[in-house]
Write a protein that binds this ligand. Structure first.
Ligand code: MTE
Ligand code: MO
Length: 355
């Protein structure tokens, strides 16, 4: 995992397979599917949706094997949920940990439709022995030196929440191959890795799952010897649509003097968003932004706006959010081995022309 073993071409190879959401797409309340970010550790598996079955087994009274039509025949729930990769912000760490080189674009807000997981767990009947639910995807590969299927687990109290879905639709259409067709897990509020795609098996297990993606990856470790803590819910973050126009190669912003309506979105998996603030001097002074009245969907990002009077010169625009539990965003990131959970404030240098 040494930084020097990860070449520029390897970083570009990951970045082109796993695209981000261009930040101007923050303007859409629901991210169009093609603009939603993607993170695929291995290959997109070939799945025949007709012969595909989901098995529900392990420590259950009545194991189930369900086709897509069986699932579509159950009562459905639909909800909007913001999903963010735990590695979002990794490229802001120095040195950058060897992995998908996200700057800030590993996020999207989609409308998911599917069957509440809880309904199927009730049908199958968990036994007394069950302590966690394990989710297995059809994709296989090698990570951390070990061959594996992509697998993650959830403790029972999270797995049985009403809003945890087995989703077969994204934004009103069947899931696309890259987003987990025909069925994926959606766990609102948790970082992206929790939302297992290409589901093939759901297994009630009698001890905490210790697979690679649970116990090795996705832990916040300060150094290689640090046992660290497991990543779970998304930390708060606000992002803005970069104002003005970009220079092609550097993507540096040029804006006209005068009033600009800055707009963006904010979310937190810990508690509802309480406020958003904007700075145009690199974070020295902060002003309150206006939050839209769109708090109805708990797990969807909140829209915010701010009227910025741009005067000629160089400025660094920043935004940050605080949630109702008092969690905020630091000005500087904390380096960690995996490059996770860097929710330090977004900084956008803008040159305002003299008109
Ligand atoms: N089976 C499987 N599920 C997976 C992954 C994967 O590689 N394989 N990647 C996870 C990670 S790290 C993220 S951030 C989200 C990304 O979901 P998306 O590509 O639909 O945006 O899927 C998660 N589910
Ligand atoms: Mo991720």
């Amino acid at each position: 995992m040494a930084v020097q073993e990860f070449s520029t071409v390897q970083a570009v190879q990951l970045a082109t397979r796993n695209h981000g959401m261009p930040l101007e797409a923050l303007r859409y309340p629901i991210t169009p599917v093609g603009l939603h970010y993607l993170l695929i550790h291995f290959d997109i598996p070939a799945v025949d949706a007709v012969s595909w079955r989901l098995t529900i087994g392990g420590d259950v009274e009545r194991p189930l094997s369900l086709s897509l039509d069986d699932l579509r025949g159950r009562d459905a729930t639909e909800l909007s949920s913001t999903m963010e990769c735990a590695g979002n912000g990794r490229a802001g760490l120095d040195p950058m940990p060897a992995s998908q080189p996200w700057v800030l674009e590993a996020v999207g807000n989609a409308r998911w439709r599917g069957v509440p997981l809880r309904m199927l767990l009730d049908e199958a009947g968990l036994t007394e022995r069950a302590v966690e639910i394990l989710f297995t995807g059809l994709d296989r590969g090698i990570d951390g030196g070990a061959e594996q299927s992509y697998q993650r687990s959830l403790p029972l109290n999270e797995a049985t929440r009403d809003d945890v879905l087995l989703a077969y639709e994204m934004n009103g259409a069947p899931l696309l191959p890259q987003h987990g067709s025909p069925l994926r897990l959606v766990v609102p509020g948790w970082y992206g890795m929790t939302n297992v795609k290409w589901l093939t098996a759901i297994t009630a297990v009698d001890r905490p799952f210790d697979g690679y993606q649970q116990e090795q990856a996705y832990r916040f470790r300060l150094d290689a010897d640090d046992e660290g803590v497991a990543l779970t819910r998304m930390l708060p973050r606000a992002l803005m649509v970069p104002p003005g126009i970009p220079e092609f190669l550097t993507r540096e912003r040029i804006a006209e003097p005068g009033e600009h309506l800055l707009e963006g979105r904010a979310w937190s998996g810990q508690a509802p968003v309480a406020q958003v603030e904007v700075s145009d001097d690199g974070g020295e002074t902060w002003q309150r932004a206006e939050l839209a009245h769109d708090a109805g969907e708990r797990w969807a990002w909140r829209s915010w706006t701010y009227r910025w009077s741009a005067i000629p010169g160089r400025h660094t625009l920043c935004c940050r959010t605080t949630d109702e539990a008092g969690n905020g965003q630091p000005l500087e990131p904390e380096w960690n081995v995996g490059g996770y959970a860097n929710n330090s404030v977004q900084r956008i240098p803008v040159t305002v022309s003299s008109g």
